[in-house]
Design a protein around this ligand. Structure first.
Ligand SMILES: [Fe+2]
Length: 252
């Protein structure tokens, strides 16, 4: 199964959004023919109706099935009321052929910080108990500090408790965004992955606009980072769930 993980699109009529880069990124993305495209939030910049309209229109170019959670920017200015109208339930458990995908809205209106809370922790535990399939969890905020993303800010308020639930339950894969840089690390039996920004002008240093391709094949998860502007891809991580071995080229 192939998941394309994209994040932080930042559709707006202000300076955040790079429409040319978006169009180029979607063309590249469609070539990967992913089974699911997971969008880990910040589809807009201010949560405005005009931005939601723009995001909805732009996302029509994506040819794969979408799974979408909101980010902190999407919940601004009553944007949290618009999100379900445009993109469906902000938190969900979707069952696909090979996996269970749990998506969470980690944001709260008009705050940049995020939190999952005990209710969502219980949803994780219940969903895992009820399935024999692999479970993947996705949300906007980061669970541990992300290198190359500046001074630490807006990590999940309950990051420790959330990490504990995820590690105890041996969730193999967690997909996050928010920091505008791609990164991944394996802790215990879990691979924590961050996608960079798909089409926002606020990129960091030379990271540019990127997205991640996540291939899940039997007991192996492979992650390739695709740099849209440079038209380059790099296989970043190979995680063997069977023997726990993880090759991480972030640290070659
Ligand atoms: Fe964000």
């Amino acid at each position: 199964m192939r998941i394309a993980h994209i994040s932080d699109i930042h559709c707006t009529f202000g300076s955040d959004f790079n429409p040319k880069m978006f169009d180029k990124a979607v063309k590249t993305l469609n070539k990967f023919e992913a089974d699911i495209v997971f969008i880990s939030g910040d589809l807009t910049t201010e949560g405005l109706l005009s931005e939601y309209d723009l995001a909805k229109e732009k996302l029509k170019q994506i040819e794969s099935k979408l799974a979408i959670v909101p980010g902190n920017h999407d919940e601004r200015n009553l944007g949290f009321k618009l999100f379900p109208e445009f993109f469906g339930e902000p938190s969900f458990v979707h069952t696909y052929d090979d996996l269970n995908f749990i998506g969470f809205a980690s944001s709260e209106p008009d705050k940049d910080t995020g939190r999952l809370g005990r209710k969502r922790h219980k949803i994780i535990e219940k969903a895992i108990k009820e399935t024999s399939k692999m479970t993947v969890i996705g949300f906007h905020h980061h669970l541990i500090p992300v290198p190359n993303s500046g001074r630490e800010a807006n990590i999940l308020d309950d990051a420790g408790e959330t990490l504990d639930i995820i590690l105890r339950n041996e969730v193999p894969l967690v997909l996050m965004g928010h920091r505008h840089v791609p990164w991944g690390v394996k802790i215990h039996k879990t691979l924590l992955m961050n996608a960079g920004t798909f089409s926002c002008n606020r990129t960091r240093a030379h990271f540019g606009n990127t997205f991640n391709i996540v291939d899940i094949d039997d007991d192996v998860i492979e992650v390739t980072v695709v740099n849209v502007g440079e038209e380059k891809e790099k296989k970043m991580i190979e995680f063997n769930l069977e023997d726990g071995c993880c090759v991480n080229r972030n640290y070659d």
